[in-house]
Design a protein around this ligand. Structure first.
Ligand code: SF4
Ligand code: SF4
Ligand code: FES
Length: 210
């Protein structure tokens, strides 16, 4: 058992528990896009879930922190919000805002985070760069929209966790990174039709069931 303090409130939890999960379980919202409950190790790619932990020099992604007894955490400080807004702006710099035509509209975690951080979805002065192709139809069961994808990797990991292998993978590098699917006979043998866990876990509207 560990007693910790988050934003001045004392909370009892398990020693070693994931700090992001403890915050969320106690109704303390931390913006996050890439954490999967079932991940053995944190993916920590979205760079949104920052908090301050006493004794750490700078804010840390809460999804990478294991709770220790007497830990003192602040979730709502100026440096934390600055880092979260920077992370969000980075995501928006490659995100084509087309909410009216998007199936995720009004259930979209990116919209929720932008609202929470009081950042418009089209920030002024933000330089944007998009993938040339808006739609990828190569997967037999799903349509992929690269310009809506936040590259959280949840679809890839959940598919691997469900089936032991994934039909999806990251392809290319840097700003050109996309989710792609393996081609060939194997893709037809996987039970995508029945599970579709990848589309269900997508926090935005980047993966649509055909
Ligand atoms: S993924 Fe979210 S923010 Fe992006 S277009 Fe769809 S609804 Fe809008
Ligand atoms: S398709 Fe969705 S779940 Fe997959 S990496 Fe992109 S945003 Fe994440
Ligand atoms: S949830 Fe922590 S970095 Fe994405």
């Amino acid at each position: 058992m560990a007693k910790i303090v988050i934003d001045g409130a004392e909370i009892e939890t398990e020693e070693g528990a994931n700090l992001l999960k403890v915050c969320l379980d106690n109704d303390i919202y931390i913006p996050n896009l890439c954490r999967l409950e079932t991940d053995e190790t944190p993916h920590a790619s979205c760079r949104l879930c920052f908090v301050e932990v006493a004794g750490y020099k700078s804010p840390v992604p809460s999804c990478t922190v294991a709770v220790t007894d007497e830990m003192v955490v602040k979730t709502d400080t100026e440096p934390v919000r600055r880092l979260q807004k920077t992370g969000l702006r980075f995501l928006l710099s490659t995100h084509k805002i087309e909410c009216k035509d998007c199936p995720a509209n009004k259930q979209c975690e990116l919209q929720d985070i932008a609202k929470f951080l009081k950042v418009g979805l089209k920030p002024k002065g933000l330089k944007q760069r998009f993938h040339e192709t808006d739609v990828d139809e190569r997967h037999p069961c799903f349509t992929y929209y690269p310009n809506r994808c936040v590259l959280c990797g949840k679809c890839i990991r959940v598919c691997r966790q469900e089936h032991g292998q994934s039909t999806l993978t990251f392809a290319r590098r840097g700003i050109d990174t996309v989710v792609s699917c393996f081609q060939g006979d194997d893709i037809e043998k996987l039970p995508c039709e029945d599970y579709r866990a990848c589309a269900a876990i997508c926090p935005v509207g980047a993966l649509e069931v055909k």
